[in-house]
Design a protein around this ligand. Structure first.
Ligand SMILES: NC(=O)c1ccc[n+]([C@@H]2O[C@H](COP(=O)([O-])OP(=O)(O)OC[C@H]3O[C@@H](n4cnc5c(N)ncnc54)[C@H](O)[C@@H]3O)[C@@H](O)[C@H]2O)c1
Length: 250
């Protein structure tokens, strides 16, 4: 039986994860953790650890908290699965070092849905054949970080397959700052839409002379993330390695 503590247990994702852990015959819910005070809920990982034992923490909190939560777990030999987005590249590298130094499993996935992972894989494949591509990610308006972790990971994967996008574009002027979106990886522009009605969607648009190719994924229910989280749980129990991306174990 895998003993699991869910951090961010009262949030949208946390609630879904708690139900999944309770329903799964191989997992046991050891602790619920959230900064919102509530009955049966610990207010920090530290507090939970003093009262109960668990093999792994699953964290779906917020960008401002995740780095400290992850460092605390890895420094105390507790495996962690990170669904929370908003970690910087430098923070991810630091967590990789901590995971290796402490020989403690750390699994980061900006997106736990298999459909989104396939969308990213398809984008990586297409990146070899197109020199122009942009990403549009669309989320509900309560999402705190932009661009999404999925968009960043997709751009990273595409930039490894092709180092120079947007070739042939003319010199551009932004009359309104930000119109062309963010551009951190190989000239792949990322545009973030935040409006009610969406949960999590992403389009990757490729273009070349006379043609466009659009790959799109939509998450319509948070249940889509649960099988990926169970896969990650099984992986961290068996291995003490550092993983960034569900694609690494599919
Ligand atoms: N990896 C994925 O597949 C995936 C999917 C959906 C959402 N997300 C990410 O998961 C995160 C949570 O999303 P959400 O929609 O559930 O948000 P949410 O705001 O509904 O829930 C976050 C919860 O975390 C709690 N919290 C904040 N700081 C905390 C801390 N230090 N310790 C304990 N609890 C804390 C909040 O009180 C809240 O209950 C976001 O970063 C989001 O982008 C990832």
């Amino acid at each position: 039986m895998i003993k699991v503590a869910v951090c961010g247990a009262l949030g949208k994702m946390g609630k879904e994860v708690v139900n999944t852990i309770l329903e799964n015959p191989d997992t046991e819910l050891a602790a619920k953790i959230d900064i919102i005070p509530a009955e049966d809920v610990f207010t920090s990982i530290d507090e939970a650890l003093k009262k109960c034992k668990f093999d792994v923490v699953i964290d779906f909190t917020q960008p401002a908290s995740i780095f400290e939560n992850a460092k605390y777990c890895l420094n105390n030999g507790i495996k962690i699965i990170i669904g929370t987005t908003g970690l910087s590249e430098q923070q991810i590298n630091e967590l990789e070092n901590l995971s290796k130094t402490n020989n403690t499993g750390c699994f980061i996935a900006p997106n736990f849905s298999t459909g989104a992972v396939l969308m990213m894989k398809c984008a990586e494949l297409c990146a070899k054949y197109f020199d122009n591509a942009e990403i549009i990610e669309l989320h509900h308006n309560q999402k705190k970080d932009a661009p999404s972790g999925t968009a960043i990971k997709t751009a990273l994967m595409m930039s490894k397959a092709n180092e120079n996008f947007s070739t042939g574009n003319c010199a551009e002027t932004e009359t309104i700052k930000g119109s062309r979106g963010g551009n951190a990886y190989s000239n792949i522009h990322i545009h973030s839409v935040r409006i009610p009605g969406f949960m999590a969607s992403q389009e990757v648009i490729f273009g070349s002379m006379g043609q466009t190719l659009t790959i799109r994924h939509d998450s319509t229910d948070r249940k889509c993330y649960m099988p990926g989280i169970i896969l990650a749980l099984k992986h961290v129990l068996e291995y003490n390695d550092f993983i960034y991306g569900l694609d690494k174990i599919l």
